[in-house]
Design a protein around this ligand. Structure first.
Ligand code: ACO
Ligand code: HSE
Length: 490
């Protein structure tokens, strides 16, 4: 398949004007969210994937803004024929709360004072970012996300989604990330924050109408950027090469290519990022800790999403043991989890660069469809005592051909179809008991869709009620719905 780009894209904004209570207890009077979408929502609204960006990313994950030469930051995996296939999925990416690319953050105007927040902006957490994303997803009329995915701070948000809103997330992809920030990560973030705060131009966060704390922010990025690379990649990129000279200068001008590179990264960053946002977002990363009493088991006990955890072999900022701790906790809880380690010399930023491995791993994970992905969730049921006329009336009202029959405690005891109802008229049968099927073939939410389809075909039936471990009906899959969805997915 040819991999393409989503082409020209636009950032949209939506403002939630009701107050938002944050994890700290502070309240934001309103929140604006900047977001982009690529691909279309299907009529069932079941194909949405939320992409969460890393520390300095934004809503522009793919495609090109008018006049831009560079595409969005995850162009390599988003687009027609790519892992996040826009022919199949509706991809949504929003700028995080506290950011500086359209979503409310410290550089926004406080509607209550008419002044830029600066450091009067409340401290935010990863859970707060996710709460705002949830408001956006609700606003878009989506009740279930096919997947939530992200790298680094994006991976934290993805994990947080699966913990905060377990019923809304079917899959979660956590890349080069962790379930809690380590002392080393916090230490690097604090050095970056010190660099910003010790720049006299930072002026306690009030610099918006005066000189910008450029040198502090550039220094913070230089420190951060070192941690995104690896020793190997620095050897490969620069070695000990000198900058436009063959001998050392024996002064404090730039001698090495790597120095020049870091200065370039620092300078470019200042052009695109707000210093206060850097403070707030790194603080949110530092506070991130999903452990409960030092363990992840309790944290993940209600998680329902299937999880893919990807680590990078040369990532020393988010080393693979952190990913394996997530996997181990999920495996102990008997949750569905897959672990992969990308072989790469790029270091932490490999999730932005390793196109082949990322497309392969993500594509494989996202194409694994289960019954719960395709089932109809709101399924009308009847009790055994209902009359045939009552069952027929419900079928007409709900436009369904199958009605699972349940006991008083909600357990499946049978099924009646519109064909059974027709038969009852032809044969003058009076009670539901005489026409219902008592030995019902069922499916479970976690089983692969192809197994359920095979069961339907082998037994020549057009629907399978989906039941949980206690035989309670949680949905239904029908041949009619599957044929519609499969046509859309091919
Ligand atoms: C993750 C998110 O959510 S979004 C945020 C992601 N984006 C970023 O982090 C942006 C900054 N980060 C980077 O550039 C990251 O390294 C990556 C992963 C995105 C890109 O990596 P690579 O493609 O390997 O680019 P590389 O690290 O070599 O940097 C290239 C830049 O360095 C410059 N450069 C390379 N060598 C030197 C040198 N010796 N001296 C000065 N500049 C140099 C290049 O000219 C280029 O500049 P440009 O970006 O202004 O065009
Ligand atoms: N380089 C990326 C990843 C950091 O984790 C960023 O700046 O967002």
């Amino acid at each position: 398949m040819i991999r393409g780009s989503v082409g020209t894209v636009h950032t949209q904004v939506h403002t939630f004007s009701s107050p938002l209570m944050l994890e700290s207890g502070a309240v934001l009077p309103s929140v604006t969210v900047a977001y982009e979408t690529y691909g279309s929502l299907n009529p069932e609204r079941s194909n949405a994937i939320l992409i969460c960006h890393a520390l300095t990313g934004d809503a522009h994950a793919a495609g090109y803004h008018e006049g831009d030469e560079k595409p969005g930051w995850w162009e390599m995996v988003i687009g027609p024929g790519k892992a996040f296939d826009t022919d199949r999925f509706c991809i949504i990416c929003s700028n995080v709360l506290g950011g500086c690319k359209g979503t409310t953050g410290p550089s926004s105007v406080n509607p209550e004072t008419g002044k830029v927040y600066g450091v009067s902006f409340p401290v935010i957490t990863i859970a707060d970012m996710v709460m705002v994303q949830k408001k956006l997803i609700d606003h878009l009329g989506i009740t279930n996300l096919f997947a939530v995915a992200g790298g680094s701070m994006g991976g934290m948000q993805a994990l947080q989604w699966s913990v905060s809103y377990p019923d809304m997330v079917s899959r979660v992809v956590v890349i080069a990330s962790t379930a809690y920030s380590t002392p080393q990560q916090i230490a690097f973030n604090e050095v970056g924050r010190c660099a910003i705060r010790s720049d006299p131009s930072w002026n306690n966060g009030q610099y918006y109408d005066q000189e910008y704390p450029a040198s502090g922010l550039a220094l913070a990025r230089m420190i951060g950027h070192i941690t995104y690379l690896s020793d190997e990649s620095m050897h490969q990129k620069f070695g000990r090469d000198l900058l436009g000279k063959s001998v050392y200068s024996y002064d404090f001008t730039t001698d090495f290519q790597v120095e020049s590179y870091l200065h370039h990264q620092g300078d470019r960053f200042v052009e695109r990022f707000d210093a206060n946002s850097y403070l707030y977002l790194t603080k949110a990363v530092d506070y991130f800790d999903l452990t409960v009493n030092g363990s992840l088991i309790d944290a993940f006990k209600d998680m329902k999403a299937k999880c893919m955890v990807i680590a990078v072999s040369s990532d020393w900022l988010y080393p693979s043991y952190l990913s394996r701790e997530i996997v181990s906790a999920l495996a102990q809880l008997d949750k569905t989890v897959e672990y992969c380690e990308i072989r790469s010399n790029y270091g932490h930023d490999a999730f932005l660069l390793e196109s082949g491995q990322m497309n392969y791993l993500l594509g494989r994970f996202l194409s694994h469809l289960t019954v719960s992905d395709l089932m109809i969730r709101s399924v009308p049921t009847v009790r055994e005592t209902v009359t045939i006329k009552g069952a027929a009336a419900l079928m007409i009202a709900e436009a369904v051909n199958h009605l699972p029959i349940v006991s008083s405690d909600g357990r499946l005891v049978g099924i009646v179809t519109s064909w059974d109802i027709s038969r009852s008229v032809a044969q003058d049968v009076k009670t539901l008991e005489d026409i219902m099927t008592r030995t019902v073939l069922t499916a479970t939410p976690g089983e692969h869709i192809s197994k359920a389809v095979n069961r339907m075909q082998k037994n020549r039936i057009s629907a399978l009620p989906v039941v949980d471990e206690e035989n309670r009906v949680v949905g239904i899959i029908t041949a009619e719905r599957l044929s519609r969805l499969v046509v859309r997915c091919e």
